[in-house]
Design a protein around this ligand. Structure first.
Ligand code: FES
Length: 102
């Protein structure tokens, strides 16, 4: 496991996801109620980018067919997706956002 610097805290909007990536993995960062979360950026239904979707509270909605996921634990919340998305540990230091990836 390695920590990767992915963004500055100020790069992440409060009401939308930030598309990013590291180690060949497409990732999305979110900032909700002062906390930062990181998930995989691909919907598990048909590979749309979740960062193009709609963030409401801790739920990200896929822009293609409307599946929703909890960004805190990656849990799928509604169909048509049936598989969870990965989530990764986040650390914020000096205004920089680091994510631990396998
Ligand atoms: S690609 Fe995300 S719900 Fe279909």
């Amino acid at each position: 496991m390695t920590w990767h610097k992915l963004a500055l805290l100020t790069d992440i909007p409060e009401d939308a996801a930030l598309e990013t990536g590291a180690a060949g993995q497409p990732l999305a960062l979110y900032r909700v109620e002062g906390r930062v979360y990181c998930t995989g950026n691909l919907c598990t239904h048909a590979e749309a980018f979740l960062s193009d979707g709609f963030l409401e509270g801790h739920e990200i909605e896929c822009p293609l067919h409307g599946a929703r996921f909890d960004i805190r634990d990656g849990r799928v919340l509604c169909q048509p997706a049936s598989k969870d998305i990965p989530t990764y540990p986040v650390r914020v230091e000096g205004g920089a956002v680091f994510v631990e990836l396998p």
